[in-house]
Design a protein around this ligand. Structure first.
Ligand code: MN
Length: 256
């Protein structure tokens, strides 16, 4: 019995360990530089406009994350990046105004130890899929990760009639619950949230999720809703893209 119990504890510990990302201390400056770049890329490529944001979990402390202060992504510099704890409080006592919806990030990092980066966007192409009964589905291989399913967050179920914003930890928690173990969730009448195990991958996912929405709408308009999507097995086989590293290098070049 005792052996069984120890076995169970070890198995649980091993499972928990595999879920925790490997941290590389000493690379925080590079991480912040990459986060600035992620802001510029998402702005350049039309995923973020003056609103929306991208964050990355700290490489030194998994209970901290980095996010710009309240400003448009395209204008973010390294000095605008603030380190937050998982209550969305600035760690360094920074008094800059934070994004109202920073709780999206803190509550997802709390709920998902596997997530290292989060994007929240208001991309117009995604909005129709959060407001109709048409599910967002992978229409091409570059967005195969959508095959895992894209839940829709209904804020009324969590907070009644609101101003639609994730203004507190409770709403952030409800959003994280809707996201579950999926790579993305739509937010009805608002936008979407996308997560990944790296900053580069979350940028690629956000970009190709938007492109997928555009293509899916075009296909539905062309053929009255009779569209052939990637089937489950195809989506699973196509999903590991390479973390979109080639795209990252290309988009990086375009920010110069
Ligand atoms: Mn928003």
């Amino acid at each position: 019995m005792k052996t069984l119990l120890i076995g169970c504890v070890l198995a649980l510990a091993a499972a928990a360990q595999t879920a925790i990302p490997v941290l590389t201390p000493g690379s925080t400056q590079n991480l912040i530089a990459d986060l600035v770049l992620a802001n510029h890329i998402l702005s350049n490529e039309g995923v973020l406009d003056a609103y929306g944001h991208v964050s990355v979990r700290s490489d030194r402390d998994p209970t901290h994350f980095f996010l710009a202060r309240h400003m448009a992504a395209g204008l973010v510099n390294a000095s605008d990046i603030v380190e937050y704890d998982l209550d969305s409080k600035p760690v360094s006592g920074d008094s800059s105004t934070g994004y109202t919806e920073r709780f999206i990030h803190s509550e997802i990092y709390k709920a998902r130890p596997d997530v290292m980066a989060v994007v929240h966007c208001h991309s117009p192409d995604l909005i129709p899929f959060g407001t109709t009964s048409v599910p967002l589905q992978p229409i091409f291989h570059m967005a195969a990760f959508l095959g895992e399913g894209v839940p829709v967050f209904e804020i009324r179920k969590a907070g009644g009639v609101t101003d639609m914003l994730i203004r507190n930890p409770e709403l952030g928690h409800a959003l994280a619950e809707t996201l579950g173990d999926k790579p993305a969730a739509l937010m009805r009448g608002h936008g979407a949230v996308v997560v990944a195990a790296t900053l580069h991958a979350v940028v690629g996912r956000a970009y190709y999720m938007n492109m997928n929405a555009k293509l899916q709408e075009q296909a539905i308009l062309l053929n009255g809703g009779k569209v052939t999507y990637l089937e489950g097995e195809e989506a699973r086989k196509a999903a590991p893209q390479d973390g979109y590293e080639r795209a990252w290098d290309f988009w990086k070049q375009k920010t110069k």
